[in-house]
Design a protein around this ligand. Structure first.
Ligand code: COA
Length: 253
């Protein structure tokens, strides 16, 4: 049981984050399943579009903090980095359906999606600074580009969450719907896209993304080095221990 459900139908591979009791936080086996699914979807001509979705109450609480403390990702071969690189270079359309909290990588993965649909209960946050960490998934590059520097600073330097109105206005999401309708609507859009010629979809995406991809990959790499180092430092260890112990962290200088 990986916490990721897969369903392939009408040219659409749907990946459902399915660990609702832990708010769909992503552990190493879920990252591995997602990375493997993206590789399979790249190679399989039957798959034209991938849709990542969560539950109508929660998209993802980000990295599984307990898992990160026990087995911090150490190398480029780790599942989390395979996933982050996989979404950055995924050559076919990638859609997401987001309701409820989208924390950390739950938000940063959306910067790599071609279309994002959200429930009106969606709340986005990148609280790395509150956890003694730094941005990941290329978000230190992509957030300022999409949001504008000052709004990105509010999200990344203060760790302030933002809601659907702001996400819609900045272009992170394409449409807001009632939470009970988002997954179905995203599926409809994905299937509509999957009726189009695969070569056109892939070439269009390549043309839109290719100038930026090397810079995004280099930034993911740079962030990963810092993130890996910071995971072992006292601020992160205290923030993680506090979360797991359901207490407030003791602030560090
Ligand atoms: N890693 C591991 N476990 C997590 C988790 C995470 N990122 N997020 C939530 N959980 C677990 C909780 O420990 C809790 O487990 P328990 O029932 O065994 O005690 C369960 O999921 C429910 O979480 P809870 O915090 O009680 O739910 P909530 O509805 O009050 O709040 C969130 C939801 C997402 C706002 C809150 O869980 C949260 O802030 N999570 C941490 C997010 C975060 O900092 N992620 C970034 C990591 S880099």
């Amino acid at each position: 049981m990986t916490g990721i459900l897969q369903n392939q139908e009408s040219g659409v591979l749907t990946l459902t984050l399915n660990r609702v009791d832990k708010k769909n936080s992503l552990n190493a086996s879920m990252y591995a399943a997602l990375a493997d699914a993206l590789q399979m979807a790249t190679d399989n001509t039957e798959v034209k579009v991938v849709l990542v979705q969560g539950h109508e109450t929660v998209f993802s609480a980000g990295n599984d903090i307990a898992d990160f403390l026990q087995q911090p990702p150490a190398t480029e071969a780790s599942a989390v980095f395979r996933f982050l690189k996989g979404i950055a270079v995924f050559p076919k359309p990638l859609l997401a359906s987001v309701c409820g909290p989208a924390v950390g990588v739950g938000t940063t993965m959306l910067f790599h999606c071609d279309l994002v649909y959200a429930g009106d209960n969606a709340a986005f946050s990148m609280p790395f600074v509150n956890l003694g960490l730094c941005p990941e998934a290329g978000s230190s590059l992509l957030a300022p580009q999409l949001m504008g520097y000052q709004r990105a600073a509010e999200a990344l330097l203060l760790g302030e969450p933002f809601l659907v109105e702001a996400a819609l206005e900045m272009g992170l999401i394409s449409r807001v719907l009632p939470p009970t309708e988002v997954n179905a609507y995203a599926q409809l859009q994905a299937r509509k896209m999957a009726t189009k010629p695969l070569s056109s979809l892939m070439e269009t995406k390549r043309l839109m993304k290719s100038a930026q991809t090397p810079a995004v990959l280099a930034r993911i790499q740079e962030e990963a080095v810092s993130f890996g180092r910071m995971l072992k430092e006292p601020a992160a260890i205290e923030a993680f221990s506090a979360f797991l112990g359901k207490r407030k962290p003791v602030s560090s200088s």
